[in-house]
Design a protein around this ligand. Structure first.
Ligand code: MG
Length: 258
């Protein structure tokens, strides 16, 4: 079921979103060759808790469930490097010059979620990597631009796909955007591509995470033996951007901004 959020509920999501945006800004500063991905995770978790929020990802089992055993996501952020698309687990891995590093973060304020991701370029990277990253960001913005009342979910996917096609990039299809609210993942799904069904009509109060994932090569992915990390099958670079937005009477409002 797709729920429409009240102004008060969106205000809480805006607070969660601000914390997520602050994390990404903090990590952009911290991200340099030589730091470990576990260090980035520690900085993020400290900021979330210091802000009185709870990490959305820590202990996540999928399907809106949390736990502490095997299978639960062990960290507060996902860090996905180069050919990794999403859901990379932070650890002792060291960031190196020239990598593209996607960071996905989520925070919960009074039960309401914010979810956002950015792909950062560490130092100098080849032009094709930079272009992939910038195009993925532009596609996210195009998708957000289509998230207006009266449009349909399919209009978002069409806008994102149009940008990918113009750049000749692969669009990851196994993972898509989603509704968001009191759960990180709610209905509806928000594909990053055109589909036969135009989908739900958008109305004020609908909150969505719009998150294109593009690749330099083919779009097929696999999950690494850690059970979480999604990577491209052909080893090509991947980029990921995400914002949480609310559909309002005045157009889309990005909630994950500082
Ligand atoms: Mg998401």
């Amino acid at each position: 079921m797709v729920t429409r959020k009240s102004r008060g509920e969106i205000a809480k999501m805006r607070r969660a979103g601000r914390i997520v945006a602050e994390i990404l800004a903090l990590l952009e500063e911290a991200l340099r060759p030589g730091v470990t991905t576990a260090h980035l995770d520690a900085l993020a978790e400290r900021h979330i808790r210091a802000s009185g929020a709870v990490p959305s990802f820590k202990g996540y089992l999928g399907g809106g469930k949390y736990g502490s055993g095997p299978g639960a996501f062990p960290a507060s952020i996902c860090v996905s490097i180069d050919d990794e698309v999403v859901h990379g687990i932070p650890g002792e891995r060291v960031i190196r010059e020239g990598q593209i590093v996607s960071v996905d973060a989520g925070a919960i304020v009074e039960g309401w979620h914010g979810d956002a991701a950015r792909t950062f370029i560490v130092g100098d990277a080849p032009p094709e990597a930079r272009q992939l990253v910038e195009t993925t960001r532009l596609a996210m913005m195009a998708g957000i631009g289509a998230a207006v009342a009266g449009n349909r979910i399919g209009d978002i996917g069409a806008a994102v796909e149009g940008v990918a096609r113009a750049g000749g990039y692969g669009i990851v299809r196994q993972f898509v955007g989603h509704g968001i609210g009191t759960s990180m993942h709610e209905e509806p799904q928000v594909p990053n591509f055109r589909s036969a069904s135009k989908g739900l009509q958008l109305a004020p109060g609908i909150c969505l995470a719009i998150e294109p994932m593009f690749t330099l090569g083919r779009a097929e992915t696999y999950i690494k033996p850690d059970g979480w990390t999604v990577a491209t099958r052909d080893g090509s670079l991947a980029a990921h951007f995400e914002h949480t937005i609310a559909v309002t009477e005045h157009g889309p409002e990005i909630l994950t901004v500082a």
